[in-house]
Design a protein around this ligand. Structure first.
Ligand code: DQA
Length: 144
């Protein structure tokens, strides 16, 4: 499978940013682990991280020409970006939303996701494993 893994604002600071919530592993380390996992499954993964809403939307639009699945952590855009939601709804590529933290145990504004309703599902609270879990979901779905 060809995966697109999208990370939104502030996720480039993984490892430095609020490590009590997001852990101590860096974004670069996350990407190399996911790349190795994808390769072990005969799959390919492309990574996009941006702090800019429009860049994330452009990546989703481009994915419609090549990706089999999108794994997206929209960061705080999750909670209010109708533009990102519309982008996900505009393409036929299925997406799973991932959150490192359990957003439901945090501030009330994080309990709402405007993007999850246009995704196949949402994974949250599993730490960085959530990205691999999403890949395993798509791989299993393709095999069955
Ligand atoms: C996050 C949760 C969001 O509420 C937050 O704005 C993030 C990270 C997570 O992965 O847990 O930036 O998406």
């Amino acid at each position: 499978m060809r995966f697109l893994v999208i990370n939104g604002p502030n996720l480039n600071l993984l490892g430095e940013r609020e490590p009590g919530i997001y852990g101590s592993e860096s974004y670069a380390s996350l990407c190399s682990r996911l790349e190795a996992f994808a390769a072990s499954q005969g799959s390919e993964v492309t990574f996009v991280q941006s702090n800019h809403e429009g860049a994330l939307i452009d990546a989703i639009h481009e994915a419609r020409t090549w990706a089999d699945a999108i794994i997206i952590n929209p960061g705080a855009f999750t909670h209010y970006s109708y533009a990102l939601r519309d982008a996900l709804a505009s393409v036929r590529v299925p997406a799973v939303e991932v959150h490192i933290s359990n957003v439901h145990t945090r501030e009330a504004f994080r309990h709402v996701s405007v993007t999850a309703p246009v995704c196949v599902g949402q994974i949250c609270g599993l730490g960085l494993y959530g990205y691999e879990a999403a890949m395993r979901f798509f791989l299993g779905r393709e095999a069955s």
